[in-house]
Write a protein of this length. Structure first.
Length: 388
C-alpha cells in the first residue's frame, strides 16, 4: 500500500507517512486522505492492502476537520470498494461533504437514499435527483418531500425511473410551474394518461411538442395539431413571418411516428388542404410541388398513385378524394373567421355525402368529426353575432 519513494502525487508513499507524522495538520491530513481515496477509486490496492486502506478511510471519515472529510468524499465518490458504512456516514454529513457521494456513489443502497431524501434538505435531495439512475421508490420520495427545484431536477433526469403515480403527484404539487411542465413534456417517454393531463395545463409550444413526441388519444392529438396549424396561420397573417411551415411540421410528425391515418383524414375533412398535400408528399417521399400538382388533377390516376405510395390504408382514399373535391367546390368568404366557416362548410358537405355513400370512415373518425362539427357551428355562430 505504501511505496518506498515519492511518485509525484499518485500512490501514498513512505515520505507521505513521515510527513503526516511530523505535521498532522488538517491540510496534510486532507492531502493524505485524497491520495488513499484516489487509489481506492482506481482499484490500485491488492487484496491484502485493501482492508488497511478502508480502515484509514473509516478514521478519516470521522475527522473533525470538514476539509478532510470533503477531500475524502470528493476523491472516493465513485469508488466501488468504499465501505458502505463510510459512504453512509459521508452521505449524512454536511452538504459539502455529502453531495458528491449522494450524486455518484454506487455503494449507497436504495433504502439509504430514501432515508436521506425524506429529510427536507434541498441540496442533498437535488444531488440524489441528479444520480445517473434514480430508482422508482427514491423518485417517489423526492416528489413527495422535495420542493419545486428538486422535482424539476428529477423530471429532467432521464435516468430517473418515475411511475405514473409519481408523475401525477408531481403535476398535483407543481403542475403550474412552467419549468416542471417543460421538464415533463421533454422527457423521452410519458404515460399516455400523463400526456393527456398535461395538454390542459401547458403552453401552446409545449402542446405542440406533446403532439409530435408523445402518445396521445387520437382525438386530442388531432385537435391540438389543427389548433397549432390555425395558430400558425394567424401568426403568418399578423406578423408576416415566423410561423412554422406546414411541411416542417409534417416532417417532424413523420420522424416521430405521429403522422397517422386519422390525423391526415381528419385534417382533410376539415378543409386543411395544405396539410393533406404535405402529409402525402412526406409519406410518399416526393417533392411537395409534385404532390400539389397531383392534387390539382381532377382525375383519379395521379392522386391514387401518390396515395398508394404513401402507404396509408386503402380505405382512406375515397375519403380523401371526396374531401379534395368538396374543397375544390368550396370558397373562403374573406370575412372574419372565414377559416372556421370554410371548415364548417366542407365538413357539413362531407358528412351529408357520408350519410348516403359508404366511404369507409371508422366510427371513431365519424364521432370525432361530428364533435368538430358541433364546435365549428358554435364558433361560427359566435363570430356572426360579433359581426352584427
Amino acid at each position: 500500500m505504501v511505496s518506498s519513494g515519492d511518485n509525484g502525487g499518485g500512490a501514498l508513499s513512505a515520505a507521505d507517512v513521515q510527513s503526516l507524522l511530523k505535521d498532522p495538520s488538517a491540510d496534510n491530513r486532507a492531502a493524505t486522505v485524497a491520495k488513499v481515496a484516489g487509489q481506492l477509486s482506481a482499484s490500485s490496492f491488492s487484496a491484502t492492502e485493501l482492508p488497511m486502506a478502508q480502515e484509514i478511510l473509516r478514521v478519516m471519515a470521522r475527522d473533525a476537520e470538514r476539509r478532510v472529510r470533503e477531500a475524502l468524499a470528493r476523491e472516493a465518490k465513485s469508488a466501488k470498494d468504499l465501505p458502505h458504512d463510510v459512504a453512509l456516514l459521508l452521505a449524512k454529513d454536511v452538504e459539502s461533504v455529502a453531495m458528491p457521494v449522494l450524486e455518484f456513489s454506487e455503494v449507497l443502497r436504495e433504502e439509504d437514499l430514501i432515508e436521506i431524501a425524506s429529510a427536507t434538505d434541498e441540496m442533498k435531495q437535488s444531488a440524489i435527483a441528479r444520480r445517473e439512475n434514480v430508482p422508482e421508490a427514491v423518485a417517489e420520495t423526492l416528489i413527495d418531500k422535495g420542493n419545486q427545484t428538486v422535482v424539476e431536477t428529477l423530471v429532467r433526469n432521464e435516468g430517473a425511473t418515475i411511475s405514473e403515480s409519481g408523475f401525477k403527484k408531481a403535476i398535483d404539487r407543481f403542475g403550474d410551474d412552467e419549468n416542471i411542465q417543460d421538464g415533463l413534456v421533454n422527457r423521452s417517454t410519458l404515460p399516455v394518461g400523463i400526456s393527456e393531463r398535461l395538454v390542459s395545463i401547458v403552453s401552446d409550444r409545449l402542446r405542440e411538442h406533446l403532439v409530435k413526441h408523445h402518445d396521445l388519444p387520437a382525438n386530442i392529438a388531432t385537435d391540438l395539431l389543427l389548433e397549432a396549424r390555425e395558430n400558425a396561420t394567424l401568426s403568418l397573417v399578423s406578423n408576416g413571418a415566423g410561423a412554422q411551415k406546414v411541411e416542417d411540421l409534417v416532417a417532424e410528425l413523420h420522424r416521430n411516428g405521429r403522422l397517422t391515418e386519422s390525423i391526415v383524414v381528419r385534417a382533410a375533412c376539415l378543409g386543411d388542404l395544405s396539410f393533406a398535400q404535405a402529409a402525402l408528399a412526406e409519406l410518399a417521399s416526393v417533392p411537395l410541388l409534385n404532390a400539389q400538382k397531383l392534387f390539382d388533377d381532377e382525375g383519379n390516376r395521379g392522386l391514387k398513385a401518390l396515395f398508394e405510395r404513401s402507404g396509408l390504408p386503402k380505405r382512406s382514399f375515397p375519403v380523401l378524394r371526396k374531401a379534395i373535391d368538396v374543397m375544390r367546390d368550396t370558397d373562403y368568404d374573406g370575412l372574419e373567421s372565414d377559416r372556421e366557416r370554410f371548415s364548417l362548410k366542407v365538413l357539413e358537405r362531407l358528412l351529408t355525402a357520408f350519410e348516403t355513400d359508404d366511404f369507409g370512415l371508422t366510427e371513431e373518425d365519424v364521432d370525432y368529426l361530428l364533435k368538430r362539427l358541433t364546435a365549428l357551428t358554435s364558433s361560427t355562430a359566435e363570430a356572426r353575432e360579433h359581426l352584427h
